[in-house]
Ligand binder design. Structure first.
Ligand code: AMP
Ligand code: GLY
Length: 436
């Protein structure tokens, strides 16, 4: 019998709980989540409703429950040092200690780290603090076309890019000024291309990679509107996306391997957990947009259901440094994940509205930012629930997801274009036009 604690209550964590529930091992699942996610609650022995960043409370709960392994879903408890505290209590985590999780929560540190060790995929960048305002504005002029990033955690919503959220150079400078008041700012070249997510399970030295996934950050169809945590995502049967080649995937993997090795060298801490690499394929080769220290949400909902290897065997191997002894395999299937979000999301979302999932057919349903009260599921201000279609082709998977969306009731919206042939062709054409 193995006791597992899952920390987090979103769609990503529901997908992790679902992966655990498919295990052939004898196990008990416990959870700590800030709101009662009905999908996770239904798969658990016991759960605690509590802030996931409350390191003392989570550790106390884990010790009392006799937990063998903790799986930490979101970034905020990693940044709060939960893996460190659990380690002191003798409980290993899937999720890096704070020093290694810096890869996600300090973008300035990560860019400097990549530069120091000559890790491939680094864009032109510089880092500025509030004493360097003039130099920062000059650098915007020097690069001409920029992305502006606060160094700290922003849930994927603090980055602004010229031509998107920043109409021109003056707007970019104004945003630099605004950010400098409160944080260190990273200014980097505006990279043009197609974005790709690759995850790896990491045990300190070995990495086991997932298939590539593409997320859709923009809120509205046609890639318009504000950035979100991600409105939906897809993968193709096999490990490449339709616009990728083998070399892109190999380069992404090599960058992630180098990062893991160098993090140990730089921090003295072994990276154990999930490493999320977000890449952009450009005319000049692959570049790193960012690393995260956890699964992507929604991307976890694509890849975890495809796992053929027992998830509990994998997490055990992650915590014992023995990932090289197991074969981490994924079914060669395509999947399409679409998020249903409260009407008006993200600017003016309908909160506390009841929603209901009818028969979702062949699709999987994962609850995200909702809460259950007296058997009724309510929206919060954030992404509510996702459906995932799985099939031999993206086209079939997309249709399965669409059918399932028809049976979600409540004031919900989604991006119907995700995974459609038209949007995928647009990605393929875009990549072709860049690479010639
Ligand atoms: P992040 O929070 O780092 O994931 O950034 C959010 C989004 O901003 C990414 O998904 C990209 O679309 C975009 N982005 C970040 N950095 C750059 C860059 N250097 N050039 C162009 N787009 C970027
Ligand atoms: N879907 C992007 C992320 O989880 O960061």
């Amino acid at each position: 019998m193995i006791k597992i604690l899952l920390v987090g209550g979103g769609g990503r964590e529901h997908a992790i709980a679902h992966a655990i529930s498919r295990s052939k091992r004898t196990y008990q699942l416990f959870a700590v989540m800030s709101k009662k996610n009905p999908g996770i609650a239904g798969l658990c022995e016991d759960f605690l409703i509590n802030a996931e960043t409350d390191v003392d409370k989570v550790t106390e709960y884990a010790v009392k429950a006799g937990i063998d392994i903790a799986v930490i879903g979101p970034e905020s408890p990693l940044a709060a040092g939960l893996a460190d505290a659990l380690d002191v209590a003798g409980i290993p985590s899937v999720g890096p200690k704070r020093a290694a999780a810096k890869l996600e929560f300090d973008k300035a540190w990560t860019r400097s780290f990549m530069a120091k060790y000559g890790i491939a995929g680094l864009p032109e960048f510089r880092i500025f603090d509030k004493t360097q305002e003039e130099a920062a504005l000059r650098y915007v002029d020097e690069l001409g076309d920029v992305a502006v990033k606060p160094a700290g955690l922003t849930g994927g919503k603090g980055v602004k890019v010229m031509g998107d959220q920043l109409p021109d150079r003056d707007a970019a400078k104004a945003y630099v000024n605004e950010l400098l008041a409160g944080d260190v700012v990273v200014i980097e070249e505006n990279l043009k291309g197609e974005e790709v997510t690759v995850h790896a399970f990491v045990d300190g030295s070995h990495l086991a990679f997932t298939p590539s996934v593409q997320d859709h950050k923009r809120a509205y169809e046609g890639d318009l509107g504000p950035n979100t945590g991600g409105m939906g995502s897809y993968n193709d049967a096999g490990h490449l996306l339709p616009f990728m080649n083998e070399r892109d995937y190999e380069e992404a993997k090599q960058i992630m391997k180098d990062v893991v090795a160098r993090v140990r060298e730089e921090t003295g801490v072994e990276y154990r957990g999930i490493l999320y690499g977000q890449f952009i394929l450009t005319a000049n080769g692959i570049r790193v947009i960012e690393f995260n220290a956890r699964f992507g949400d929604p991307e976890a909902m694509n890849v975890l259901p495809l796992l053929e290897t027992d998830f509990i065997d994998i997490v055990q191997a992650v915590t014992t440094g023995t990932l090289d002894t197991i074969d981490v395999r994924f079914a060669a299937k395509a999947s399409v994940c679409k998020y249903a979000v409260p009407a008006g999301y993200p600017e003016n979302p309908t909160k506390d509205a009841p929603i209901q999932a009818g028969d979702t057919g062949d699709a999987l349903l994962f609850y995200s930012s909702v809460y259950e009260k007296d058997g009724v599921v309510f929206t919060t201000g954030s992404r509510a629930a996702a459906v995932v279609g799985i099939a031999d082709t993206i086209k079939e998977a997309e249709q399965i997801a669409e059918q399932a969306l028809n049976n979600l009731e409540g004031p919900l919206e989604c991006r119907h274009d995700i995974g459609t042939q038209a949007l995928i062709q647009k990605r393929v054409d875009h990549m072709k036009s860049l690479r010639g």
